[in-house]
Design a protein around this ligand. Structure first.
Ligand code: ZN
Length: 245
């Protein structure tokens, strides 16, 4: 594997995700952020005996239209816990930052850094924080702000530990990304990912009342892990971009 920090060019095929690690901390802004593709990779990792923990900035309490945040928050936390269990994740923590009003401030960076110190991951994985997923498909402000906070917190923790120190955890930081530098072959792990997304029942049934939740989930996951020509023998893949080191 490469230690290159170069940004991938569109003509560069992604390389396999590193395997020399055991502990992963997944940091995302909202319930269900892990479920649009990433969870298939997480299912593979936990099946391989790696440990994965989820820490979420918010409880997604603003995410169900027509439902009071005080009711929606606990529902979405419970949906996220059930979802995580399908892909072998049994530790799910919520930091309590306000859904749809997440800002990259000192409180958020401190909370993220505390999570990194507490869980001592080898790998931090977070959601894509670029401006748009594709031309005309802008990313959400929460994701952009949160991703910037993850990067700053990562740098703080690594700097405090000393770059060459064994305790300089985490060793790597990746974002789940539409233009990935790395990929995970997720053949055989589509079903747990569909199960995981389908647990966001309340959220998805409000979003699209016409389509059964499980059908929505399958379509979304299959779209997100679609095979890439020339990669992984045509198996479904999940893409990640290495941000550090
Ligand atoms: Zn989100």
């Amino acid at each position: 594997m490469s230690d290159s920090t170069d940004q991938p060019t569109p003509t560069t095929l992604p390389e396999p995700f590193p395997t020399d690690w055991t502990r992963c901390l997944v940091l995302v802004a909202h319930p269900d952020d892990t479920e649009y593709g990433m969870s298939a990779a997480i299912a593979r990792w936990t099946a391989e005996g790696r440990s994965v923990v989820y820490v979420l900035a918010s409880s997604g309490e603003a995410g169900i239209e027509g439902m009071a945040p005080s009711i929606a928050g606990p529902i979405r936390e419970e949906e996220q816990r059930r979802s995580a269990a399908h892909v072998g994740v049994h530790t799910v923590e919520f930091l309590g930052f306000p859904d749809s009003r997440i800002v990259n401030n000192g409180d958020l960076r401190d909370a993220i850094a505390d999570s990194i110190r507490k869980h001592r991951p080898d790998v931090v994985v977070s959601l894509y924080s670029g401006a748009e997923f594709a031309p005309g498909f802008p990313n959400q402000s929460d994701h952009i702000e949160f991703g910037a906070a993850v990067g700053a917190a990562y740098d703080d923790v690594v700097a405090a530990a000393g770059v060459d120190s064994r305790e300089g955890r985490p060793q790597m930081w990746f974002e789940s990304d539409p233009q990935p530098s790395h990929y995970v072959d997720v053949k055989g792990f589509i079903e747990p990912a569909v199960d995981a997304l389908a647990e966001h029942r309340e959220y998805m049934s409000v979003l699209d009342p016409q389509t059964p939740v499980r059908d929505q989930a399958r379509a979304q996951v299959e779209r997100m892990v679609a095979p890439v020509e020339g990669l992984a023998d045509g198996d479904p893949v999940v893409g990640f971009t290495r941000k550090r080191p």
